[in-house]
Design a protein around this ligand. Structure first.
Ligand code: ADP
Ligand code: MG
Length: 256
């Protein structure tokens, strides 16, 4: 495939993987963390990945986002194959196409909420003024305009994760990859973050979410079950937002 970003058209998968494998160690210590995954994620689609701890979900997400390299197989991000890309080009493609959200937030503790969002914009070459404006808009979008000047330590877990989501949206990524984004949150904060992902979904953001939370999975377009490094089951869900706009209703129904 030789598609470039500019020729990438609607309908082309935002993310594609074929024959993906990732092994750690060797011989008696060999771990097949990911063993033969194929995946296509369409523009605007939300895919939820569920599976027991240690089945390879994080490893898969890191491969898909170009944070780690596969032992075998190929990945295309926005039509661009990651195979053979040097570190610099991979880093640039990652910056321009992927937003990451992690379970542990990974905010810079010494920076304010706004600065945490400004930082990637500055690193992407935005002017300080433009970075500040964008951070303001994104914090507003995640409902934290009034917390822009707070340090992470002064924010609740749910608020921190919403800052992390705002940060992930800098650069208008083609896909947001989230690894158990509600794993460290209490149930009320979980619901806040869930609603936020639902809003992103409705707005057309492509999402891949690894989650233990059946409520997140219920709002996805597709649910993939993973075990021992491979997909064991795929279900297309009609309750997802793309179906009938009933995602929030399903959410409310599952609440409590
Ligand atoms: P999950 O996110 O589903 O809990 P992981 O992708 O973190 O699973 O891990 C999948 C498997 O790969 C596990 O057996 C884990 O111990 C192993 N693993 C993950 N990262 C490494 C690593 N850096 N070195 C060796 N083994 C690893
Ligand atoms: Mg994990």
């Amino acid at each position: 495939m030789s598609d470039t970003l500019s020729t990438d058209t609607r309908g082309t998968p935002v993310l594609r993987a074929r024959g993906l494998r990732r092994e750690y160690g060797r011989q008696a210590g060999l771990v097949r963390a990911v063993s033969g995954v194929d995946l296509d994620v369409a523009p605007g689609e939300t895919v939820a990945i569920m599976g027991p701890s240690g089945c390879g979900k994080s490893t898969l997400l890191h491969l898909l986002g170009g944070l780690d390299r596969p032992s075998a197989g190929e990945i295309w991000l926005a039509g661009q194959s990651l195979r053979g890309l040097g570190e610099r080009r991979l880093a640039r493609l990652r910056r321009d196409t992927v937003g990451f959200v992690f379970q542990a937030f990974h905010l810079m503790e010494e920076l304010t909420a706004a600065e945490n969002v400004e930082l990637p914009a500055l690193l992407a070459g935005r002017s300080p003024g433009a970075a500040r404006r964008q951070a303001g808009e994104l914090l507003d979008r995640v409902g934290l305009a009034d917390r822009a000047r707070f340090l992470p330590a002064a924010l609740s877990g749910g608020q921190r994760q919403r800052v992390a989501v705002a940060r992930a949206l800098v650069g208008d990524p083609r896909v947001v990859l989230a690894d158990e984004p509600t794993g460290n949150l209490d149930s009320e904060a979980t619901l806040d973050v869930l609603r936020l992902f639902e809003d992103l979904h409705v707005a057309g953001q492509t999402l891949v979410i690894v989650t233990h939370d059946a409520r997140i999975a219920a709002t996805a377009d597709r649910l993939v079950t993973m075990r021992d490094g491979a997909f064991t089951d795929e279900t297309r869900l009609t309750g997802g937002t793309a179906g009938a706009g009933s995602g929030l209703g399903a959410l409310a129904g599952l609440e409590g």
